[in-house]
Structures are given as structure tokens and as C-alpha cells.
Design a protein around this ligand. Structure first.
Ligand code: 5FU
Length: 259
């Protein structure tokens, strides 16, 4: 039995958070539910691949703490690329401490994440205080956050009641939480976007517990909204052609849901 799914444009009319609306409108306009996980260690390499595939993605996800030559100039250039190609910047920081500490990690230190990242991820293991702490920093800057409700890795402890608690924390903080990192559909609330890492076409895992599903499994079978792809694109012989292929697979799976 097929569950009827709303189109991106229809869903915009049912959701209230400005960032969710912006993300859905990018997805609709650019016909993409692909997020590139730009897990490279040199700023030039990141900026170069992002400029090449920027047109194919709705978001670019970073791990800023793996960049060897981090500078504010790098993130300024990333922001310029996000304006040029119209995508959102998503720092996968996975905060996981008490509210007071994460506030400083979010706005301060050498990265000043809140200055340039539209969206950040956080674990919910500390309880809702982590979200309230981030919110005090992010709300006035029109930022949002995504809760790690489930993980793609083998043996993950983020499941069952833990994932349910993440959904509850999201519902209680909808002024700031715009969705989940997850491996399944966790709520029908149109405001909350489901983002799924561990997506790849050619292999089923890596040597350190990563587990992959295909774009169509994520979008069509599991009813998540966004596919997050790193090495599937980054290690390909032709990353641009591969980004196009992931974009098409993900978007085709979404269209199959609509018919
Ligand atoms: F929360 C998660 C998760 O459950 N699985 C993940 O793989 C995050 N990730 C991130 O997605 C991980 O840190 C990488 O940045 C990315 C997946 O990269 P891959 O190269 O496509 O395996």
C-alpha cells in the first residue's frame, strides 16, 4: 500500500518554520533532495567540489573540525557559494554536552559555527537542555538544528525509546528544531525534515561500521526526505557525474511517491 506523500511545494504551505520553507523551496526549484557531505580536509578541495556540484544539491554538510587549514575566509567563501548555487550550509557538529557548554562551542572558539552554518546537528543524549542552549544562540540569527534521532552505523544505541525521546524534544522545540538525522520516518509533522546519511549506490558498508542503503530505499521505501552522500560522490572517478546520478535517483524516488 502506497502512502500519499505531499509534494515539496504543497508541503511548504503546511509548514511554518522559515528554514524548513526555504529548504523545501530549494528542493522544489532545483529538483533535488541530495545533500553533499563534503568530508574533505583542505578548504580548497571543499570549495572546489562544492562549486562543481552546488547546482545538484539542496544542502552541503560539513565537518569543520576535519579541515586542516580552517579559516574564516574559507567559511565566507562557502557562504558565497551557497548564495551562488542556492543551497543551505549544514555543519554536522553533533553537539552533545550541557546547554552552557554547547552555547560556547556553537558561537565561539575558532570556528564560530553560528556565524555561517544555517543548520547544525546535535545529539539529544544530554536531554533537552542541549537544544535550549543552542536555541539561545541560534534563534536570533535565524538558524536551525537537526536532532540525531537514529544513526546509520552498526550497533547504534540511538533507537527505540531514545529515538522517540528525540521526536518529543523536536516537537517541544519547533521554533528551532527543523528535523532529524534518521533511518526511518519518525513523524508525519510536515515541519520536520528527515535527513538520511549512509546512502550509497555501489557498496553496502565500510570497514568501520558504516551501513549504506540506496537513494530509493531511503526516499521511497523509508519515507525520508533528504539523502546525505559523502564518499559515494567524493571518491568517484567523476564526482560531478556521480552527484547528478544521486540527484536523479533521489528525485526519481520522490516522484514515484507522488504518483
Ligand atoms: F548521524 C550520522 C549517521 O548516522 N551516519 C553518518 O554517516 C552522520 N553521518 C555522517 O554522514 C558522517 O559523519 C559522514 O559525514 C556522512 C556519511 O559519509 P559517507 O562517506 O557517505 O559514508
Amino acid at each position: 500500500l502506497k502512502t500519499q506523500v505531499m509534494s515539496y511545494s504543497e508541503r511548504i504551505t503546511h509548514c511554518s518554520h522559515p528554514l524548513t520553507r526555504k529548504l523545501l523551496s530549494i528542493m522544489d526549484k532545483k529538483k533535488t533532495n541530495l545533500c553533499l557531505s563534503a568530508d574533505l580536509t583542505s578548504s580548497q578541495a571543499i570549495l572546489s567540489i562544492v562549486d562543481k556540484v552546488g547546482g545538484n544539491v539542496c544542502m552541503v554538510k560539513t565537518h569543520v573540525d576535519i579541515v586542516e587549514d580552517f579559516s574564516q575566509d574559507f567559511v565566507q567563501k562557502l557562504v558565497q557559494l551557497s548564495e551562488k548555487h542556492d543551497f543551505m550550509i549544514f555543519e554536522d557538529r553533533k553537539f552533545g554536552d550541557i546547554g552552557h557548554t554547547v552555547q560556547q562551542q556553537y558561537k565561539g572558539g575558532m570556528y564560530k559555527i553560528a556565524d555561517w552554518a544555517d543548520i547544525v546537528t546535535t545529539h539529544v543524549v544530554p536531554g533537552s537542555g542541549v537544544v535550549r542552549g543552542l536555541k539561545e544562540v541560534g534563534l536570533s540569527r535565524q538558524r536551525g538544528c537537526v536532532l540525531v534521532a537514529e544513526m546509520s552505523s552498526t550497533g547504534t544505541l540511538a533507537k527505540g525509546d531514545y529515538s522517540k525521546a528525540a521526536v518529543r524534544i523536536a516537537h517541544e522545540n519547533k521554533d528551532f528544531v527543523i528535523g532529524f538525522i534518521c533511518q526511518s520516518n519518525l513523524t508525519k509533522d510536515p515541519d520536520l525534515i528527515h535527513m538520511t546519511p549512509g546512502v550509497r549506490l555501489d557498496v553496502s558498508g565500510d570497514a568501520l561500521g558504516q551501513q549504506y542503503i540506496s537513494p530509493s530505499s531511503a526516499i521511497r521505501d523509508l519515507h525520508t526526505d533528504i539523502i546525505i552522500v559523502g564518499r559515494g560522490i567524493l571518491t568517484a572517478d567523476n564526482p560531478v557525474a556521480m552527484a547528478e546520478q544521486y540527484q536523479e535517483s533521489g528525485y526519481h524516488a520522490y516522484q514515484e511517491l507522488l504518483t
